[in-house]
Design a protein around this ligand. Structure first.
Ligand SMILES: *Cc1c(COP(=O)(O)O)cnc(C)c1O
Length: 358
């Protein structure tokens, strides 16, 4: 029996996709082999690679003036790829709203004059700062934000205006969960394992005028222009992961695309937040307008009850609810593939646990 998996990542995938992959595991489309076994130069794989890109372009509304690449190394490698690819003036501003944006800022400091323009550390990252053009320096290479903060459960409810300075965003835990206007960004990047597919492939979306200004010392494999020129096939790609991503994108398209997905995600999140807000047993510390659609941290009145909650939930088929060690308590990650039914089951369990433990 399958569990409802509330893990922050890797996370649930749509059952239909897994079954499809299972069916094709031994013989993909009459090739007599699995996608994991085939040459990345084969016609079959080239078609998968091309379809993954075109579906992503269609679903996100990525205009022609942007390149899309599928690379390795996770979002974490992009923390360094960003400064190495974009630093001409060797200066950028970072907004630190949690663990991953903090890591991105730390890595970037090796490559230039990086400034933390704003942070929500003063309130343990429970809100998103209000920023405008005056929050940032002029004449810098870029501004970096993390759109959804997976660990602290916050999300930008607006996109900061950075004027002529390109905005770079880590969208690892929010990609395709809601509509985003790609033209507001210079660069977007996301690891696949939250909303898109298996770990191992990372998506980078780059405005074309920013794609070829890498530092001469930037490693070939980290330089975006390398993979752009080769349609993500410069070296052996994470083919199986990209293939599953393509299936997830097909599934999303079939189910109404990003707009319909956003509506479902808003419904799921509202159900859970409303329940928590109306409870005098559970709390979520995040400022309301900054709340994440994808990651919902919450606590009971005691650490002891939190620990028991996680264990008891797991024996009821609601797994991976333990909060990140930086926050404690619980965290329900309700990514695209988490059905409404899973959230309803979680709330039922929360009610029962409260009754038995209050
Ligand atoms: C998970 C996550 C990362 C780290 O991704 P890796 O693929 O493990 O490098 C970075 N940023 C955000 C917002 C994440 O959710």
């Amino acid at each position: 029996m399958r569990n409802y998996n509330f893990s922050a990542g890797p996370s649930m995938l749509p059952l239909e996709v897994l079954e499809d992959v299972q069916r094709e595991l031994l013989d993909y489309g009459g090739t007599g082999m699995s996608v994991t076994e085939m040459s990345h130069r084969s016609k079959a794989y080239e078609a998968i690679n091309a379809e993954a890109e075109s579906l992503l372009r269609e679903l996100m509304g990525i205009p022609d003036g942007y390149d899309v690449i599928f690379v390795q190394g996770g979002a974490s490698l992009q923390f360094e790829a960003v400064p190495l690819n974009l630093c001409v003036k060797k200066a950028a501003d970072y907004v630190v709203t949690g663990n991953f944006s903090g890591k991105a800022f730390k890595e970037a400091q090796k490559y230039g004059d990086m400034v933390c323009a704003a942070t929500s550390k003063d309130k343990n990252f429970t809100y998103i700062p209000r920023l405008d053009k005056s929050s940032f320096r002029e004449g810098i290479d870029y501004v970096h934000i993390c759109h959804n903060n997976t660990i602290f459960g916050t999300r930008y409810d607006y996109i900061p205006d950075t004027g002529d300075t390109p905005l770079v965003a880590d969208i690892s835990s929010s990609i395709l969960s809601q509509e985003l206007d790609v033209t507001e960004f210079g660069v977007l990047y996301a690891g696949a394992q939250k909303n898109l597919g298996p770990a191992g492939v990372t998506i980078v979306i780059v405005r074309r005028d920013l794609a070829d200004r890498a530092d001469p010392l930037c490693p070939t494999m980290i330089k975006w222009a390398t993979q752009i020129a080769e349609h993500s096939l410069y070296n052996t790609p994470p083919a199986f992961s990209t293939y599953v991503v393509m299936k997830v994108l097909r599934h999303l398209k079939k189910n109404g695309g990003v707009k319909a997905m956003q509506k479902r995600n808003e419904e799921k999140a509202k159900l859970l937040y409303d329940f928590i807000d109306n409870s005098d047993y559970y709390t979520n510390a995040v400022e309301k307008r900054s709340r994440s659609l994808m990651n919902v941290p919450f606590v009971t009145p005691s650490e002891d009850a939190d620990a028991r909650f996680v264990t008891a939930a797991a024996s009821n088929g609601l797994v991976a609810l333990k909060g990140h060690r930086l926050v404690g308590g619980m965290r329900a990650s309700i990514y695209n593939a988490m059905p409404l039914e899973g959230v309803k089951k979680l709330i039922e369990f929360m009610k029962k646990f409260e009754k038995e433990n209050k």
